[in-house]
Structure formats: structure tokens, C-alpha cells
Design a protein around this ligand. Structure first.
Ligand code: UT7
Length: 332
């Protein structure tokens, strides 16, 4: 059994924040941001939350798939920015959708989150445990961005994307995923728990030096992450192509995590593949981490660009460090 995507959905916040507005509070310019990243504007959650956007994206995906909420057996939410530490975002999505029969949990693999959640869902389906799974990637990164750091605040945006997977007879494509904890400091979000770690103790009455900052905040060595991405993404794409007996020529679309236009262009070049097969929407949404791949997939689906039988490679990469790729055949 394999999981076929039979519905997609996406939801982004209403509030648009363009480069010129960012240039009012940090020392940057629209020209610099566009040249170095490709981003023009991004969406920022005001009324929306990680779970509310995910539920809307899920609703659209279920509608297209013709599946009732109670038929979903599992909800897997990829997010690094859940609304609460617990319960998990997936449980809140379940409640909002009334998907009463689903088992729900979150998966945090930062910008690789959707790719890893998709692989996890495929593994459950291949094992015969579940037949109908909702996979979402949803983020409110604006909550953890340091809005005084021009090296990072220009990159990120909020949003959510979802797919419904349904078990059917078909080929089980081999996918790949990797992690390298040594690279962790290159892309980090600290928080209150990190500040506590390694101190005397946290029980009442004990004197605890929290140290650090209680704020959650992204810090990044942009150059290191850039170099990691342009080296590892082509490598893992080659890995999945080889494992499945395919070449880059067999692939109609390469749907990459939308981090930076220059990363996507560099990957296309290293794969000796025309950039036209690497769709991008980062100019509109910035880097939405685990949401970027399903938002782009949904956009292409809605625009009628995905044809039955086309082969797609999805590739994610980010904090961890982590990276991975998966092959799929479009079936809607
Ligand atoms: O999901 C994965 C998430 N992360 C990524 O994908 C990040 C990957 N890295 C990148 O996208 C790029 O490294 C950045 C876009 C973050 C930075 O671009 P860069 O070409 O690597 O710039 P840089 O960090 O080497 O900085 C070049 C210059 C520096 O000035 P000096 O030292 O040459 O005087 C920076 O201070 O640009 C300066 N700079 C800026 N200038 C205007 C850095 N950020 C900005 C800014 N506006 N926003």
C-alpha cells in the first residue's frame, strides 16, 4: 500500500508585511532583500493561529478529497511553532475539524517538518496501520522572529498547508531523510526551557539561575545554512532518484522548501535541470518553514499545473540540521 495525495489545502494570514515596511524598523531595503533572498512580502498572523490556519488548510484538503472528517484516522502536524506546548497542535486541529476518530500528534523537524511528516504518514500506511491521514505543516514564525535582527527577520512568514493521504495499491517510492545534530547551532530557536537547562534544579524553593533569555528567538548563521542547503539538497535528491531508478529528466516538478531564491537556483544548477521545473512562491510568503512545501503544492494544484501521472520530488531542509527528499506520482 502507498499513500496517494487526494486533496490539498492552504491558508495564510490576511496581514501582508512587505519589504518596505520592514525597512522602517530595521536597517535594510526592498532591493537588498529581493536580491539576496527573492522575498518581496510575507504574511503575518494577527487573528490567525497555527491551529486555526492548519484546520482551514485541512478543511480544503478534505473537501477536495471528498473525505468526511470522521474518516480521518490520523492527523500529523509538522510545526515548530505550536500554539501551546501541549496539547499538541494536531489535537487542536482535530477538535476544530471534528475529526473525532483520528489519533493526533505533532512532529518538529523545523523546515524539514512537512517532508518528515509526509514520510512518517507513508510509513504508517505501508505498515497497514492507517488508511487515511491528514498531514499539515503550519507555522506562526512571526512569534519567534527577532524583529531587531535584519539578518533573519526579513526571511520568515506565517502560513499553513495540508494534504490528505489515502492508502491505495501502488508503488512505494523510496524516500530519504538525514539529520546532523552537530550543525544545530547554525539555526537555533532558544526559549525558556533552554535557559533552564543545566542549572541547579527547577523545584519550588530551589534557587535557580535561569540565565539566558526567557524570550523565544531565532538566531542563525545564514552563510553556514546557505552552504549546507546548496550542498546537501542536490545530494539527497540524487539519492532518492538513484534509489528509485530515476534521473532528474524523469521529474516534472521539484518542489523545494522555499527558503531563498538563490538556494533554489543553485540546486537547479547543480542538478543540471532547468529552473522552470523548480516552482517558487517565496516572493509572496517568505520562508514559512514546515508550511512552505504544502502551500506551494496546493498553489500548483489549484492552478491546474499538476497533471495525473507527473512525477514530483519534494525536498526539505533546515534546522537540526535536517534534510530529506521524497518522490511521488501525482494522482488527482
Ligand atoms: O529554512 C532554512 C532557513 N534559513 C535559510 O535558508 C538561510 C540561508 N541563508 C541565507 O538565505 C542568506 O545567508 C541570508 C539571506 C540570510 C544572508 O545573505 P548573505 O548573502 O549570506 O549575506 P551576509 O550574511 O553575508 O551579509 C552580507 C552583508 C553584511 O554586511 P557587511 O558585513 O558585508 O558589511 C550584512 O551585515 O549584508 C548585510 N546584511 C544586510 N544588509 C541589508 C545582512 N542582512 C541584511 C539586510 N539588509 N536585511
Amino acid at each position: 500500500m502507498t499513500g496517494a495525495i487526494c486533496g490539498t489545502g492552504a491558508c495564510v494570514p490576511a496581514r501582508i508585511l512587505d519589504n518596505n515596511e520592514i525597512a522602517k524598523f530595521v536597517d535594510t531595503s526592498d532591493q537588498w532583500i529581493q536580491e539576496r533572498t527573492g522575498v518581496i512580502r510575507r504574511r503575518i498572523a494577527v487573528e490567525e493561529s497555527t491551529a486555526s490556519m492548519a484546520a482551514e488548510a485541512g478543511r480544503q484538503a478534505l473537501k477536495e478529497a471528498g473525505i468526511r472528517p470522521e474518516e480521518i484516522e490520523m492527523i500529523l502536524a509538522a510545526t515548530a511553532t505550536p500554539d501551546h506546548i501541549f496539547p499538541c497542535a494536531a489535537c487542536e486541529i482535530q477538535e476544530r475539524l471534528q475529526a473525532v476518530n483520528a489519533v493526533c500528534f505533532d512532529l518538529n523537524a523545523a523546515c524539514s517538518g512537512f517532508l518528515f511528516a509526509y514520510q512518517t504518514a507513508q510509513a504508517y500506511i505501508a505498515a497497514g496501520m492507517y488508511k487515511t491521514i491528514l498531514v499539515v505543516g503550519s507555522e506562526c514564525l512571526s512569534r519567534i522572529v527577532n524583529w531587531e535582527d535584519r539578518g533573519t527577520c526579513i526571511l520568515f512568514g506565517d502560513g499553513s498547508g495540508a494534504v490528505v493521504l489515502k492508502a491505495e495499491e501502488g508503488r512505494n517510492w523510496i524516500s530519504a531523510a538525514h539529520s546532523d545534530g552537530k550543525g544545530g547551532p547554525a539555526l537555533l530557536c532558544t526559549g525558556p526551557n533552554a535557559a533552564k537547562a543545566g542549572k541547579e534544579g527547577n523545584l519550588p524553593g530551589q534557587s535557580v539561575d535561569w540565565g539566558g533569555s526567557a524570550e523565544m528567538e531565532i538566531s542563525m548563521d545564514g552563510k553556514a545554512v546557505f552552504q549546507f542547503a546548496v550542498r546537501k539538497v542536490p545530494e539527497v535528491i540524487h539519492e532518492v532518484l538513484d534509489s528509485n531508478g530515476l534521473t532528474a529528466e524523469d521529474i516534472d516538478w521539484f518542489i523545494l522548501h522555499q527558503a531563498n531564491k538563490r538556494i533554489v537556483e543553485s540546486v537547479a544548477k547543480r542538478l543540471k535541470t532547468d529552473i522552470s521545473r523548480f516552482p517558487m512562491n517565496l516572493q509572496e510568503y517568505g520562508n514559512t518553514s514546515s508550511a512552505s512545501i504544502p502551500i506551494l503544492l496546493n498553489e500548483m494544484n489549484r492552478r491546474g499545473l499538476l497533471k495525473k501521472g507527473q512525477k514530483i520530488v519534494m525536498a526539505g531542509f533546515g534546522a537540526g540540521l535536517s534534510w530529506g527528499a521524497a518522490v511521488l506520482e501525482w494522482g488527482i
